[in-house]
Structure formats: C-alpha cells, structure tokens
Design a binder for this molecule. Structure first.
Ligand code: AMP
Length: 278
C-alpha cells in the first residue's frame, strides 16, 4: 500500500481512537453549553465530530494561555521549552516531534509510517498532525493548564486548523543562525529506548557514547544526519517560516535572536511574564 494511503488509513483508525479517547476523557459534551468567551479552550465541531463528546465540565479561566514556540529544527525549542515548563509549572508541553518519536519507539502503525517521512527530513502530512495535536490538546485542556505547543504548527494549513479551534495568545519565535544549528545537531546524540537526549557541547553523557542511566549505546537520530538536517532547514525556510508573518500580523509574536539558550531565555521569561503568564 502506498505510504500516503496507509497514512490516511491510519488516520481513520486514529479518528476512531480519538472518539473513544475523548469519550473516556471528557464527560458530557454539549456544544450549546459552551460559552463563546471560552473559545480559547474549545474545539469546534467542524474539526471534531462532537456528537459523542463532552466538554461541559471544562472550566475556562481567562488566565490559561495557549503558547507556541517557533524556530528552526535544532534551534533550541526543546531547551527553551524545558525552561518555560520549569518556571511556569502550570504549563502542559505538547511536542509533536516527541509524540511522533514515541509512536516510532512503540512501533505503532502511525509510528511506522511517520518514520519514513521523519527519516527523510520530510513533514508528516497535515491531516495526521492536526488529528494528533487536537487529541493531545484535549487532555491538556482538561488539565486547565497553560499549553505550550512545540513543533506545531509547521505549515499555514496547520496554523489555520489550529486557529479554528484555539486562540493562540503568545508565540515565541527563536531566531538562531543556521551555522550554529548545524554544529549543534552534529553534537546531539540520543538513547533510543528512552528518548534521552545528550549534546556533546553542553549536556554531555557521563561516559562518552553511553546513556547515563542504562549504560547503553547512544546513537544519532536518523533525521540529525547532515543531509537530512539540510533538508529540514530548507523545509523550515519554505513552509514554516511564513508562520512568522502569520502570527506577527495577529500581534502575538516576539522574535528572540541569539546563539545561546541561556542568554535568550531570560528575555523570553520576562516577555512571558509581561504577557501575563504566571
Ligand atoms: P521535531 O523534533 O519537532 O524537529 O520533529 C521531528 C520530525 O517530526 C520532523 O522533521 C517531521 O518529520 C515530524 N514533525 C514534527 N512535527 C510536525 C508537524 N507539525 N508537521 C509535520 N511533521 C512534523
């Protein structure tokens, strides 16, 4: 079966899963009970069939915010996200790359199909990604926390789908020079079984080439190999960087430039506080 049709088949399975998942996780959905002021916490019925869902027990607080972090692959989104989560503990992190890698590790059908795209440095199709994110966001919405989306949206189509469901209020755009990224990615090695990430420059393992906890070998992610990295950076320029203007026009984006996450982060933290994140 061709990859794309397998993916859409998988997506259908995913949709069934989504309904079960939502039925389990959201008690009594009733669209009419949704206060329009709560749009930021909601999904509309054009994206998800709401007939079997329920959100009337989702309380919306105006203090809960949807954040995005944008930036080139390998540009420190993960590192900055971790710092945000530490300083703003009422925040739920949704990293689409992490979710996909978990599927790959668990060898799910989705993981097997997504791996082909990821290994080539290509983007996974929008429809698959939109379903994935909306599921995970639903859990986060239930938690009543801020949500930090990392790695999504990656295309204008994904951004539009998100907009139909969620009010994005804060977008952190990391602008890191490409040369810095290429060096950094070459130094990034992982422990495949756990997903633990090391970097020989600033977060080295205790023993070269070995995972700190298991002592097992570290490997380079297939998509961290130089030719794939170049492809991912090109894809970022072509399809993801237009999102910067998209969110700039909405007045919710701020760009942070530099080469060191430790130097950039204090500015990010200050801006998030100015934007009302607590
Ligand atoms: P990341 O760790 O965010 O760089 O994601 C690793 C890979 O997962 C990407 O190179 C894509 O193949 C895939 N991926 C992650 N997020 C998305 C997305 N929003 N849209 C399409 N593909 C994605």
């Amino acid at each position: 079966m061709p990859v794309l049709s397998t993916i859409s088949h998988e997506k259908n399975e995913l949709s069934h899963f989504r309904v079960d998942y939502l039925t389990l996780n959201v008690r009594s959905f009733n669209n009419s009970s949704i206060d329009s002021s709560a749009k930021g916490r909601l999904f509309n019925s054009t994206t998800i069939d709401s007939s079997s869902m329920a959100v009337d027990d989702i309380s919306n607080s105006p203090n809960e915010k949807f954040l995005l972090i944008l930036g080139k692959p390998g540009g420190g989104k993960g590192t900055i996200s971790k710092k945000i989560l530490k300083d703003f503990p009422d925040t739920e992190h949704i990293s689409t790359g992490d979710i996909l890698r978990q599927h790959v590790r668990n060898k799910t059908e989705l993981g097997k199909e997504a791996k082909a795209y990821m290994d080539r440095g290509d983007l996974v199709p929008d429809e698959v990604m939109i379903s994935l994110v909306l599921e995970d966001s639903m859990t986060a919405i239930k938690s009543g926390k801020h949500i930090l989306l990392d790695g999504f949206p990656r295309t204008i189509e994904q951004a539009v789908a998100l907009d139909e469901n969620i009010d994005v209020e804060v977008v952190v755009d990391l602008n890191i020079p490409t040369d810095t990224i290429v060096e950094r990615i070459a130094d990034r090695w992982i422990h495949p079984a756990s997903g633990r990430v090391y970097n020989y420059s600033y977060n080295p393992p205790l023993h070269h080439g070995k995972d700190d906890e298991s002592g097992e070998d570290l490997v380079q992610r297939d998509d961290d190999k130089p030719e794939t990295v170049r492809k991912r950076l090109d894809a970022y320029d072509k399809v993801t960087s237009p999102l910067i203007q998209y969110y700039e026009k909405k007045g919710v984006l701020k760009t942070f430039s530099g080469t060191m996450s430790d130097k950039i982060y204090p500015e990010v933290e200050k801006w998030l506080k100015d934007m009302g994140l607590n």
